[in-house]
Design a protein around this ligand. Sequence first.
Ligand SMILES: Nc1ncnc2c1ncn2[C@@H]1O[C@H](COP(=O)(O)OP(=O)(O)O)[C@@H](O)[C@H]1O
Ligand SMILES: O=P(O)(O)OC[C@H]1O[C@H](OP(=O)(O)OP(=O)(O)O)[C@H](O)[C@@H]1O
Length: 180
Amino acid sequence: MTGRFIAVVGPSGVGKDSVMRAMVKNDDRLTLARRVITRPSDAGGEDFDGVSTVEFERRLAAGDFLLNWHAHGLQYGIPVSIDQSLNNEQDVLANLSRAVLPQAELLFERFEVLLLTASRSTLSTRLQKRGRESASEIAHRLDRANFTLPRGITAHVVDNSGPLERTLAAVSALLHPVSA
Ligand SMILES: Nc1ncnc2c1ncn2[C@@H]1O[C@H](COP(=O)(O)OP(=O)(O)O)[C@@H](O)[C@H]1O
Ligand SMILES: O=P(O)(O)OC[C@H]1O[C@H](OP(=O)(O)OP(=O)(O)O)[C@H](O)[C@@H]1O
């Protein structure tokens, strides 16, 4: 049996990267997908592979990505190498755009979605505190906060308005119901 591909989605600033990082730290059944992004490598936040647009297009043409999309003026790709982890029965966590979920669902034998939520004011406070984007970029990200999941996609929905520990306990109970 292959591992599960677990898509982690939700509005910018909700805590996807923080929750994913903590999940992987606490659970050796989980692996993080390292994304390829056309963002400067020193931008901070998640551990990603920062490349130029030309390099991204080269890799795309070479078939290096299982999934790719465009958002916030950036290109994102999920490398085909995650298949090795899935084949080794590791569950793979990946921060995805909500828009690519229907495409992702078709690709993986075992597919789950974790949707994180928080109020708009919480998102705004967190994005300002994170400080990776300018005020106008933050405003654009907040405009996308209410984007609904594509039709037909079902998700585990977890509120990340409270402490991270509470979110982690809820996520663990949903993903590992027997051992939780
Ligand atoms: N449960 C939480 N409580 C308080 N702050 C949080 C929580 N989860 C995330 N954060 C903070 O919110 C900001 C955005 O989190 P991040 O993981 O980058 O979100 P996303 O990947 O969804 O954009 C970061 O500064 C992070 O430290
Ligand atoms: O279609 P949406 O669901 O709105 O998602 C759009 C993009 O936002 C997130 O990117 P990124 O992780 O760079 O930004 P974030 O950390 O601020 O969420 C997510 O991973 C997508 O790439």
